[in-house]
Design a protein around this ligand. Sequence first.
Ligand SMILES: *Cc1c(COP(=O)(O)O)cnc(C)c1O
Length: 377
Amino acid sequence: MIEFIDLMAQYRRIKSDIDKNIEAVLKYGKYILGPEVKELEQKLGEYTGAKHVITCSNGTDALLMPLMAWGVGRGDAVFTTPFTFIATAEVISLLGAVPVFVDIDPDTFNIDPNLLESAIKKTISEGNLTPKAIIPVDLFGLPADYDNILRIAEKYGLKVLEDAAQSFGSVYKQKRTGSLCDAVATSFFPAKPLGCYGDGGAIFTGDDHLAEKLFSIRAHGQGNAKYENVRTGINGRLDTLQAAILLVKLNIFNEELISRKRIASRYILLLKDVLKTPVVPDGLESCWAQYSVLAKDDGEREYLRNELKNAGVPTAVYYPVPLHLQKAFSYLGYKKGDFSVSEYVSSRIFSLPMHPYIENETIEKITGVIQSCFSRT
Ligand SMILES: *Cc1c(COP(=O)(O)O)cnc(C)c1O
């Protein structure tokens, strides 16, 4: 059977170390903020080059906490992409701020910096909202266009919070995800490139002051003493057990990245003549959280997905509805046609199985099904 993401194959490989680490935590019983949490934060810092690492409960809280620390709230505008998972924009509205959507680049599926600058100018000239921050998303593992995004952010005095939920391990011009923006949020949800066995996340930053605030926000706004609370915070900690699991997975992460890259190249080679395969701009490296292709229209997508399903190949659609058309954001007043690239991509995109343990013959089987669909027509 072909898995979309085969976590059991990975577990079979690392079972003895995982079991050993879990057992160690259970033996001494420091379930909350045990020593594994600090150790993981230190190792993640070494891996990414980030000065500070604040692990946390999930990727959504990793996005929420920096916005809280920056005081983002009512009357503020935060610019982001409508072609992402709901969490990216949800945290903005949760704080009472307004998500201002900006359409994506058709090749990378990431926020288009040219449109970003015009959206900021428009928000300023309308005068109802104060621009505060930008949340670019590194969709499917590919870093957004940070040279341009950071230049625009500096010009307008905006913070940049990178949604790296899908891009842990990716590289933007020699820099690993985690060291590029004011704050970087990642997720350790099981299906992400570096996943734990439950919910988990982390924030990376080079800003001492922000890091201090984030540690406080993670623990109910704690001050210097345990029951001193200096701000409104959340219960945002990562479980010791999850840290113990991630420590094992981090050890094999680079090998897994190499494997993902090999699989992605193989897919590209075998599919580029029949489908629009992913584009990786020069100087960037994707961690290939997902391998997503574009069919020529909705009908072709349904046909291909159905043929794949009949052949025992699971596929998925990320994302069938862009956020500006979701009911949750209907209060923002967007309508169909507002972000035509996101809408175009939503109706054509689908993702193929992607994980480090796909055998070559499985790739041939998957791509063979797709190729035969085209040779038939
Ligand atoms: C998974 C994901 C999140 C949220 O992460 P959780 O750990 O599930 O809370 C946020 N943004 C993007 C783009 C994601 O893919």
